[in-house]
Each structure stands twice: as structure tokens, then as C-alpha cells.
Write a new protein. Structure first.
Length: 410
């Protein structure tokens, strides 16, 4: 009985941490089918509607840098109460928006609420599990995380058809409220009091500077960032490419989007079951090379029109499956070296990833959206950047750490 309860608690813990990470894809993917409609509702351009995605990415990126030092000082749970409450309120505000500019502002606040869970969940993984288990645990989180993009566009498409676009954001607010209650009763604090770090500005700055001096941490976070940026280029463009250009109904778009998410989930589970004898950096390097090849294939099919919808979809599917190897291994490489400041490291890891994603999405919005070429250019460029950075910063000597950070409790 005790063993059964232990296994249940372990499963429950993984699910809860996965759900906390899932608020970003949930907030993005569920409203994707409504983006073409929002152009008409707010009398806005495609670029203006895409700004609602950019503001979310910016909020999600910059907000994490604030949560990190706070979680290392006050623990993992207190910041969650604030972040989830903000997510609930701002999600409801999104539904009540009367202009695309107001929606963009509330999406920024929604992201600041959502990113707290991402920071805390990564930090808790590092608190609770030894470095040798991180690849397996992060792969399991991708399994839970991947359920969101698997079902979110599908659910969002039907909510849009049956109840209108506002119901999408009211549903997100409801899910946030349920998670807040569940977290309160079922999630325990994982930061030991003796491991709390001071929250002085000079200490916070020195902690981030220390992480940025770590070539391996910085390289892993940037590799994950460009890989993620390619994924978000697809996410931002997919509604317009597949719904507007290829005339897919919103419901069918959800099925297509879910198929890609299923591929990502499957790849992450293969990754989690790989032998520990296969080094993390080797798996990550092969995955980046696959993304480079598939990105170039997306570019070639977009330029030539070869294969139509299938010609675009197939290499995008391969690129997205490769992220199932990139994220668990890249996050493990970055986090395994900094257990003494897991919250700060988790924050900077997420900030680097989403700043790059936001920047590339802005570039995407500046390119003509009348074809699939903008999406293809960004995906191919991100695959190339991630691969080059991998070769420049990562390799077999991952055990070489930067100079030790001197604690200043002043």
C-alpha cells in the first residue's frame, strides 16, 4: 500500500509540474483558430493580430527573470499564488477586450501570470531529482506538456464555432482557477529553508552574471531558444497558412495541429527511454541537425510549391518532432549544473528562450504574409542558428563549470 501511494504521489507530482508548464502552450494554442476571425472582429491587420502573440511571448520571457530570484528567496509556492491569480484575472480581461490593442495588453499580463508556473516547475525538478534523472523527468514533463498543444487547438476550434472567441479566454481563466486550488492542496514546498538565497539587487545581478559566464548554460539555453523560436514561427503562422491559404476549417486545423503535437510527445518519450550511456550533448546535436535539414526542406517546398499542403506539413512535422529531443536534453544540460540556484537558472533559461521566440515572431510579422515563405524562412534560419550555436558552445566537456559564485548575504 505504501509503495502504491508513493507511485501515485510521484505520478501526481509530475502531472502537476507538467500542468504548470503547460499554461504557455495552453494560452497560445487554444486561441490560434480564432486569430483569422479576430482580424474581422477588431478590424485589424494580420500583423496587428500577431502582436497579441508577440506581447504574450515578451511577457512570458521577461516575467520569468523576476520570478527566479523570488523563488530562490521565498520558496516555490508563494510566487505561484500570485502568478496563477494574475493569470485567471487577465484571461478573463482578454475575453472582455474591445480592441486589438487592449487584447495585446491583457495578453502581456496573462503571460506574466503564466510564466510563474514554468519557472517554479523547472526549479522543483532540480530540487527533487538528481542530475542523472533530469533527462527522464524533463521528457516526462514534455509528455504532460504535449497534451496541451495536442488538444488545445482542437478545443479552441470548437469553442470558437459553438460559443465564440470570448469563450476561449473564459475557459483559460477557469482552468487557471482549478490549477490554483489544486496547487494549494496538493503541491508541497520543495525549497529547503537553509537553501534560501538573499534577495539583494547586487546578489541577483551577480547570480545572473555568473550564469551568463557559464558557456554551457548559455549555449544550451540559446540552442533551446532558437529551436523554440522555429516552433513559435510555425505556431504564429499556421492559422494563416493552413486556414487562409489552404482553406482548412478551424476544426480540421485543430486535428492537424494535434498530429504535430502527438509527434513531439512520441519523440520526447523515446528520448526519456534512451540509455544513460548516450550523452545528452550527442542527442541534442543530432536533434539540431535534423531541425536544420527539415527547416531547409520547409524553405524549399515553400519556394517551389512542391507537394502543396503535404509538402509544407511533412518537414514541419519532422522539425517539431526533433524538439521532443531538444527541450528535455537542452534543459537538463542547463539545469543540472546549478542546483544551488535552481529558480534563478530556470528563470534565465526561460527568458533566453522566449526573448528569442518573441524577436523572431516580430520579424515574422514584418514579412509579407501572403505565402508560406515567411514561416519557412524563419524556421530554416532558427534551425541553422541552433545548430551553429550547438557546435560553438556544447560538447563532451560539460563537467567544466564556471568559477564558483561567492555568496554575499550582506
Amino acid at each position: 500500500m505504501s509503495q502504491h501511494r508513493t507511485r501515485f504521489r510521484y505520478f501526481e507530482l509530475i502531472v502537476l509540474m507538467g500542468v504548470l508548464q503547460a499554461f504557455a502552450p495552453l494560452s497560445i494554442d487554444m486561441y490560434l483558430p480564432s486569430m483569422p476571425l479576430l482580424e474581422k472582429v477588431f478590424n485589424a491587420t494580420t500583423a496587428q493580430v500577431q502582436i497579441t502573440l508577440v506581447t504574450f511571448l515578451l511577457g512570458f520571457a521577461l516575467g520569468q527573470s523576476l520570478y527566479g530570484p523570488v523563488t530562490d528567496r521565498f520558496g516555490r509556492k508563494p510566487p505561484l499564488y500570485f502568478s496563477l491569480a494574475l493569470f485567471v484575472i487577465s484571461s478573463a480581461a482578454c475575453a472582455l477586450s474591445t480592441s486589438v490593442n487592449a487584447l495585446s495588453v491583457f495578453r502581456l499580463l496573462q503571460a506574466i501570470g503564466a510564466c510563474g508556473g514554468a519557472v517554479v516547475s523547472r526549479a522543483m525538478v532540480r530540487d527533487l531529482f538528481p542530475p542523472v534523472d533530469l533527462r527522464r523527468i524533463f521528457s516526462m514533463l514534455v509528455l504532460v506538456l504535449g497534451v496541451s498543444p495536442l488538444i488545445a487547438p482542437f478545443v479552441g476550434g470548437y469553442l470558437l464555432v459553438w460559443f465564440g472567441w470570448k469563450s476561449i479566454f473564459f475557459t483559460q481563466a477557469s482552468l487557471g482557477a482549478v490549477t490554483l486550488l489544486t496547487m494549494h492542496f496538493r503541491l508541497s514546498e520543495s525549497l529547503a529553508p537553509e537553501h534560501a538565497r538573499p534577495l539583494h539587487m547586487d546578489h541577483v545581478i551577480s547570480s545572473y552574471a555568473y550564469l551568463l559566464r557559464d558557456r554551457t548554460f548559455l549555449g544550451a539555453s540559446l540552442v533551446c531558444g532558437f529551436s523554440s523560436a522555429g516552433m513559435f514561427a510555425y505556431i504564429a503562422s499556421a492559422p494563416f497558412v493552413f486556414i487562409n491559404l489552404y482553406k482548412l476549417p478551424p476544426q480540421q486545423f485543430g486535428w492537424l495541429f494535434g498530429f504535430i503535437a502527438a509527434g513531439l510527445i512520441g519523440a520526447s518519450q523515446v528520448n526519456g527511454r534512451m540509455s544513460h550511456k548516450i550523452p545528452l550533448w550527442k542527442v541534442l546535436r543530432v536533434a539540431n541537425l535534423v531541425q536544420l535539414a527539415s527547416g531547409l526542406a520547409v524553405l524549399a517546398t515553400a519556394a517551389t510549391g512542391f507537394g502543396g499542403l503535404a509538402g509544407i506539413f511533412a518537414p514541419v512535422f519532422v522539425y517539431m518532432c526533433a524538439t521532443g529531443f531538444v527541450f528535455p536534453n537542452g534543459n537538463a544540460i542547463a539545469m543540472m549544473r546549478h542546483g544551488n540556484m535552481a529558480g534563478t537558472a530556470s528563470a534565465l533559461l526561460g527568458t533566453n528562450q522566449f526573448v528569442i521566440a518573441a524577436a523572431t515572431t516580430i520579424v515574422l510579422g514584418m514579412i509579407d504574409n501572403s505565402s508560406a515563405m515567411p514561416m519557412a524562412i524563419v524556421i530554416a534560419g532558427c534551425g541553422a542558428a541552433a545548430t551553429v550555436l550547438n557546435y560553438l558552445t556544447l560538447g563532451s566537456k560539460l563537467d567544466v563549470a564556471p568559477p564558483a559564485l561567492v555568496e554575499t548575504h550582506g
